[in-house]
Structure formats: structure tokens, C-alpha cells
Design a binder for this molecule. Structure first.
Ligand code: SF4
Length: 252
């Protein structure tokens, strides 16, 4: 089963497309109960905020070991982690691996290189994201690359160049389209008159709401072909990537 963990502070990265502040996300994300009876839990401690600003998260995560045999922790943030946060995540991963009850995975999340300053104003630079992902890898943490959301106004070539750079760190790429809120400046400025949206059910949220969604087909096809030609495994969700890793014996 999956569990989204609420952040103590809102994320300060300021990504213009981020759904963490939408009221329809906030209403539905954290009202789930933990389903007992399941052997493992996949925890997302920073889906709506900054993991690295949260205190006591390791202890919260460790407490799940009283109820679940396996704990898988998926970390992804576009904010630069402090040295202390890195240390604490490395030690959490060591603890999970040494007790044979799970693992931490770090996803470097990238939706653009050329427009980072414009649409992700307070985030790590592209170079810094790579440097941080390298540190996770050096410390024995499985790294993946998340190209999600793929933006309709960013070229397929740009995305393929990101996959190429990250191929030194990982063979796992997660891709997906863009959920939009039609009441935002981001929608009015970047999407409205140029791209069509469809309605899509958000299967990973507890009450599975219907949101407006845009899938940039051309870019996604280009990324798929590129990954296929280089034997890089592609996944539609982080959840599916975890299933693949666990079936392969990682984190057990
Ligand atoms: S880093 Fe993630 S949570 Fe923070 S604003 Fe950007 S997309 Fe949202």
C-alpha cells in the first residue's frame, strides 16, 4: 500500500505548475487510513512539500516497522538538501537495508532545463540536481530520474539530453503528463490557448478525483524511443518502478 505524508511546512520551491497548494489536492491527499494486513508500505514523505525541512521524519518512518514487514521510502525534491538531511537519509537507508526491511530511493525530478529559472524559480539548478543525485548514488541509494510532468512547451530533444546525462546514474526513468488547474496563472500563461486537456482520474490519490490533464504525446514518444534504444527501463509511475525493484530483490 502507499502512504502520502503531509509536510510540516509548505514547499518553498515555487514551481508554477505544482498541485501541492491546490485545494482539491489538499482536500483529498491525506485523509486516508493505513490499511493494515498489507505486508509492505511505500511512503512518500514529501509529495506536498519539502522533506528536508521536516523534523522527526526518520522516527515516524521507523515506527511503521512495528506494523509492516517492508518499508519503501520514495524521496524526491527540487530543493537542495542540507548536509544533515542527506546524512539522515543515508542512515535511514542503511538501517532499512541492514534490517532487511526495505530501502530508500531518490528520484531526481526534472521537467525542464532551459526554463528552470522561469517556471521553477527557487529550486536547485540542473547541475546541482545531478550533483545531489550523484551523492545519493555514492552512498548506496538507488537513484531514478523522474520526467514528470513532461511539459508540452519543452522539446523532446531537451528531455532526451537529460536521460542521456542521467544514464551514468540510473537506468530507471519515470515519465508522465501534466495535471493542470484552469484557475491558475500557469494555465492561463502557458497552456490555455495552445494545448488541449482531457479529464483524467488521479488514481494515486485516496478519493481518485477527476483533474484536467495534458499528455505531450510527441515528446513522450521521443523519450520512449530514446530510452528503448539505450535499454533504459521506463515506468508510468514511481509505484510501478518500486514494484519492479522489489521483484528484482532490491530492498529485501
Ligand atoms: S519542488 Fe515539488 S512540491 Fe515543491 S513546488 Fe516544486 S513540484 Fe511542488
Amino acid at each position: 500500500m502507499r502512504k502520502l505524508c503531509p509536510a510540516q511546512l509548505p514547499c518553498s520551491a515555487g514551481c508554477k505548475y505544482c498541485f501541492s497548494t491546490w485545494s482539491n489536492y489538499q482536500k483529498s491527499a491525506f485523509n486516508e487510513d493505513i490499511e493494515l494486513g498489507s505486508k509492505s508500505i511505500l511512503i512518500y514523505p514529501c509529495c506536498d512539500g519539502d522533506y528536508f525541512m521536516q523534523s522527526g521524519m526518520n522516527e515516524t518512518i521507523k515506527r511503521y516497522s512495528e506494523k509492516f514487514k517492508y518499508i519503501y521510502v520514495s524521496i524526491s525534491s527540487k530543493i537542495e538538501p542540507s548536509k544533515e538531511s542527506l546524512k539522515s537519509l543515508f542512515s535511514l537507508n542503511e538501517w532499512l537495508l541492514s534490517t532487511g526491511c526495505g530501502m530508500v530511493k531518490y528520484a531526481s525530478s526534472i521537467s525542464t532545463v532551459s526554463m528552470i529559472n522561469e517556471i521553477e524559480p527557487n529550486t536547485m539548478s540542473y547541475e546541482k540536481r545531478y550533483e545531489i543525485a550523484s551523492k545519493f548514488k555514492e552512498n548506496g541509494i538507488t537513484v531514478s530520474l523522474t520526467l514528470k510532468p513532461v511539459m508540452p512547451f519543452i522539446s523532446g530533444e531537451e528531455y532526451c539530453s537529460i536521460v542521456e546525462k542521467y544514464s551514468e546514474l540510473t537506468k530507471y526513468v519515470v515519465i508522465g503528463g501534466l495535471y493542470v488547474n484552469k484557475d491558475t496563472d500557469f494555465y492561463r500563461s502557458y497552456i490555455m490557448s495552445q494545448y488541449d486537456t482531457i479529464k483524467r482520474r488521479v488514481s494515486w490519490l485516496p478519493n481518485k478525483p477527476l483533474w484536467d490533464y495534458l499528455e505531450p504525446r510527441e515528446q513522450m514518444e521521443q523519450i520512449k524511443e530514446y530510452c528503448f534504444s539505450r535499454s533504459i527501463s521506463l515506468f508510468e509511475s514511481d509505484n510501478l518502478l518500486f514494484e519492479y525493484l522489489v521483484k528484482g530483490g532490491i530492498g529485501k
